[in-house]
Design a protein around this ligand. Structure first.
Ligand code: IVH
Length: 688
């Protein structure tokens, strides 16, 4: 077990290329510690429980830390935190001490030495006693002060060490990975070794700090947050809280959202409050660090092994896990697209059990080189759907075969088409049963006709009972009460509710109807433009492809697709059925805002990595949202890029959700185009 832990520590700390998730490592470590506690005679000095991290790599000069860099013990819930506090109180013989909570930033620990106000050494943690001198690289990090200001109300100590975390902001990480991906084909073509992308911001930050070429480090979006004073020659403050303020006055960026808590209850509440906000910061955090504020109490408590008794980490459920990719299956989307998805050995990620995940398309599966039987890393960030990040190649079993897309549709058995310009493969049968059913599901979905109570299962039942054949038939269900009552879990009341919801949907706006028709390439945004310009389905049926393409914001791809849809006889029949049922097929009044985000207000702050603020605002407005200049109680969310202080503070005060760029893009993806392939997959079939 020690060997195993050593091996995984080496992969994590030295190679920056872990094979197992942090949670799995933690579990191994806790197990070893429990064993050693039961059998103290077997504890050896070189046991991982007595060490921190792994030995330094040879490439950098070795630095002896003047004072050992400690690690942190973990707690995983309120009971664990209270337990930690009780033990500390018993030893200190008091429990009235203040605590400080700060985010546990997921990056790489560094120790910076300053002499006469100048940075003179920067070392990684290494094994806690000896690390690597990475000063040339650390100098490239823009917010690491090279020269210090005198602290507020005092003189600089002649020599001292500060400790902090070097990290990569999430937005920078995404942009960097995207750029690497874009460059790779060019490198391959030039016969050079392509650069690998990184699985997460932590690995990317660690890799960048331990680069042999500081120029590469300089090109990576690194930042630092300082959280501790190591040692100092000269006068220093008496509490952690004052120390952080003191460090800030010298020019160090300290951990954001650090709060001094009067006691244990406030600390417990603060940790709980972080859980739903764990994605709110621009950097990854994997927990909350709780520290006793008073240095006198800290000294009194000291450390056991590698962990101080005066601090602990309240860890969040891991956002990443490793599991087995059991099978790759393929389902058929509403456009006939064949969407591969992963059947996983169910695993808890970020507090939710994940048993399936979309794999988008064939190309994606090949790019990641995912094979059945692989050990894979699964990641779930915020509310974003779970992602299979990639395989752990060192664990691949012999004989694992690359994925092959079937050449026949798994539902209808018809041949598969691969349009040259697309990464998607499609079923060649326009009336493939899967396509028809998915189309109805889409027609009644929320952004479209919004029929409450008609989900995937109910739609399938209606098809199975032959009550409907296409979207046009749902309005005739009012005459089929008796038949509806025979469906599972359909009492009088549910039938009434369903029919009322169908009735209400007749007056949905034209843009919702156009979106609901499920014309390929026509998302909510395109549907709104078409509704605004043509004003009715009849006008669109009359319009030529050129006329449609001439609409501002509608390109040739959409125009071609719309014209073809309107010219197809089956579709004309559906429209006729809808007209006969009295569904609204023309705009009323006009002028009013339309779109899936109507009546929702957003505010944008800071610098976004992928677009200007104006472009972001335009994208939101196209979906019907309004974009305000100040956060108010009505603001749905603050979209925060790099920087941006005042609005963020206001949003925090009002409890307004703060979204990073990733969450903003998730919103756009959800509404702007057709829903991403495979989004119908239930990521949590076990209901965990
Ligand atoms: S305090 C003795 N504060 O977490 C206390 N550490 O698992 C030492 N970390 O080695 C650390 N954010 O790399 C502290 N606000 C924070 C932190 C933090 C991230 C890292 C640091 C440390 C590791 C311990």
């Amino acid at each position: 077990m020690r060997d195993q832990i050593r091996y995984h520590s080496y992969r994590y700390y030295v190679l920056d290329d872990p094979e197992i998730s942090d949670a799995a490592w933690d579990a191994l470590f806790q197990e070893l510690r429990a064993l050693e506690e039961q059998h103290p005679a077997f504890v050896t000095a070189d046991s991982p429980t007595q060490q921190v991290g792994a030995r330094p790599l040879e490439a950098f000069a070795v630095v002896e830390h003047r004072e050992r860099l400690l690690s942190l013990g973990n707690v995983f819930d309120e009971a664990g935190l209270r337990d930690w506090h009780r033990r500390a109180s018993e030893l200190a013989e008091r429990d009235d001490f203040a605590l400080v909570t700060e985010p546990k930033i997921d990056g790489l620990a560094v120790a910076l030495v300053y002499e006469d106000g100048r940075l003179s050494q920067a070392a990684t943690r290494g094994d806690g006693r000896r690390g690597e001198n990475v000063i040339e690289n650390v100098r490239q990090i823009p917010d690491v002060p090279q020269r210090l200001a005198a602290p507020g109300g005092g003189a600089l100590p002649s020599r001292f060490e500060v400790r902090g975390e070097v990290y990569m902001p999430k937005a920078g990480f995404e942009a960097m990975n995207a750029a690497i991906e874009e460059e790779n084909p060019a490198l391959v073509a030039a016969g050079k070794k392509p650069q690998r992308t990184f699985a997460n911001p932590r690995n990317a930050a660690a890799g960048a700090v331990r680069q042999k070429d500081p120029k590469i480090t300089a090109s990576r979006p690194l930042r630092i947050a300082v959280y501790q004073l190591g040692w100092a020659e000269g006068a220093t403050p008496g509490t952690h809280w004052e120390t952080l303020e003191w460090l800030r006055s010298m020019g160090f960026p300290t951990t954001p959202e650090t709060v001094r808590q009067p006691g244990l209850d406030a600390t417990v509440a603060a940790c709980a409050a972080w859980l739903p906000r764990r994605d709110a910061l621009p950097m990854d955090m994997d927990g909350v660090v709780v520290k006793i504020d008073d240095f006198a109490v800290q000294r009194q408590l000291g450390a056991v092994g590698r962990e101080p008794r005066w601090a602990t980490a309240y860890k969040f459920p891991s956002a990443e896990a490793t599991t087995t990719l059991l099978r790759i299956e393929v389902n058929v989307g509403r456009t006939g697209s064949l969407n591969p998805f992963a059947i996983l050995d169910p695993v808890v990620v970020g507090g939710v059990t994940v048993g399936m995940a979309t794999l988008h398309n064939e190309e994606d599966v090949h790019r990641k080189d995912l094979r059945e039987g692989d050990t894979v890393i699964v990641r779930r960030a915020g509310e974003v759907i779970p992602q299979v990040v990639g395989p752990v190649l060192s664990r691949r079993k012999d004989g694992a075969l690359p994925f092959e897309m079937p050449d026949r549709c798994p539902v209808s058995g018809d041949p598969v088409l691969r349009p040259e310009t697309e990464v998607m493969a499609y079923c060649s049968n326009p009336v493939c049963p899967a396509v028809v059913r998915r189309s109805v599901e889409h027609f009644v979905s929320r952004g479209a006709m919004d029929v409450d109570g008609l989900g995937e299962r109910r739609v399938n039942e209606l098809f199975d009972a032959r009550l409907i054949e296409d979207a046009g038939d749902i309005y005739a269900l009012a005459e089929r009460r008796e038949a509806l009552l025979t469906l599972p879990k359909m009492a009088e009341k549910s039938v009434d509710n369903l029919l009322a919801a169908i009735e209400r949907s007749r007056s949905r706006p034209l843009s919702a109807l156009l979106f609901g028709l499920g014309i390929r390439h026509v998302g909510a945004e395109g549907a709104a433009l078409l509704a605004q310009h043509f004003g009715s389905v009849a006008a669109l049926q009359q319009a030529s492809e050129e006329e449609i393409a001439a609409v501002d914001g509608v390109g040739p791809t959409i125009a071609e697709s719309v014209a073809r849809w309107m010219a197809t006889e089956r579709n004309a029949e559906i429209v006729a059925k809808l007209a006969a049922a009295g569904v609204r097929l023309a705009e009323e009044g006009g002028g009013a805002r339309e779109g899936p985000l109507v009546e929702q207000q957003f505010v944008i702050t800071g610098r976004l990595a992928s677009m200007t603020r104006d472009e972001a605002a335009a994208a939101l407005k196209r979906l019907g949202a309004s974009v305000g200049s100040a956060v108010t109680k009505k603001t749905r969310a603050l979209i925060a890029g790099e920087g941006g202080g005042g609005k963020r503070a206001k949003a925090e005060k009002l409890g307004t959700p703060i979204w990073d760029e990733e969450q903003f893009h998730a919103l756009l993806r959800e509404h702007e185009t057709e829903p991403a392939a495979g989004t119908k997959i239930d990521p949590d079939p076990a209901g965990g």
